[in-house]
Ligand binder design. Structure first.
Ligand SMILES: C[S@@+](CC[C@H](N)C(=O)[O-])C[C@H]1O[C@@H](n2cnc3c(N)ncnc32)[C@H](O)[C@@H]1O
Length: 237
């Protein structure tokens, strides 16, 4: 595979809405929050910026994007420029967020925490949220424990350091200091796919990336009883 990762595939294919449920689910979740034009919102790990753009277009809010992958950053930047959206985009890691404490009203993080050092990133989210601020996340969650071999297969493919059960997420959020923690499962499974996905292909990409796409499809099917996701909401009180 030449060291190419699942994130390389997402970046080179320019997958927008690269999370279970896609932008339709995002819109539903956001509609339940009290977002106004004065809200400061961070899209943490914004990818090509589909949700980031929506946050500005729908709510006229003060929107910021943070993303580590340079290809994703370029694609998000082109999106915001072509739509003339005043979104501030930063290249950096959610493990070390380039903002002062108590800054944001909302942090939205769609399928990003799974790929990072989770305790570290959650501490950063907590730090940069204002008191009363809300974290909204859409994260890979396992429904039940797998064998070590199975866990290893999933972790290796997606380059994850851990696979969390709902109770593990809950514990991690609690020890970080979050309150009002709610984890919701959705009726649409990961294997039902995301029909609203969009693509923004790079000019040149490695043919091996198609293998990664196939392997992702196989993985989701093979582990359909185990691999799932939760909508996580919680507050910094
Ligand atoms: C599954 S994609 C989701 C992208 C976007 N949130 C969406 O829903 O379309 C995961 C994203 O997290 C980004 N990412 C991974 N590690 C990161 C980190 N430490 N800091 C910021 N972004 C990160 C990846 O580059 C990728 O764009």
């Amino acid at each position: 595979m030449g060291g190419l990762t699942y994130i390389d595939f997402l970046a080179k294919f320019g997958v927008g809405g690269a999370h279970p449920g896609g932008i339709p689910l995002t819109k539903n979740i956001l509609a339940r929050e009290n977002i106004t034009k004065d809200s400061l919102i961070l899209d943490a790990g914004c990818g090509t910026g589909q949700t980031t753009a929506y946050l500005y277009q729908q709510y006229n809010a003060k929107v910021f994007g943070l993303e580590i992958n340079p290809i994703m950053v370029d694609k998000a930047k082109s999106r915001f420029e072509s739509l003339q959206l005043p979104i501030q985009l930063f290249q950096g890691s959610i493990e070390k967020i380039p903002f002062a404490d108590n800054h944001f009203d909302f942090i939205l993080s769609e399928s990003v925490l799974a790929f990072v050092d989770k305790p570290k990133a959650l501490k950063e989210f907590f730090r940069v949220l204002k008191p009363g601020g809300r974290l909204i996340a859409n994260e890979m969650t396992i429904n039940k424990r797998l064998s070590q071999k199975e866990e290893k297969e999933i972790k290796n493919f997606y380059a994850l350091d851990s696979l969390l059960l709902e109770e593990d997420w809950n514990h991690l959020l609690e020890v970080t200091g979050f309150q009002n923690i709610v984890l919701k499962s959705q009726s649409q499974s990961m294997s039902q796919g995301n029909h609203a996905q969009e693509f923004n292909f790079s000019n040149i990409f490695e043919p091996e990336l198609f293998d990664i796409l196939n392997q992702h499809g196989n993985m989701v099917l093979k582990y359909q009883d185990y691999l799932s996701y939760r909508i996580i909401t919680c507050s910094k009180v």
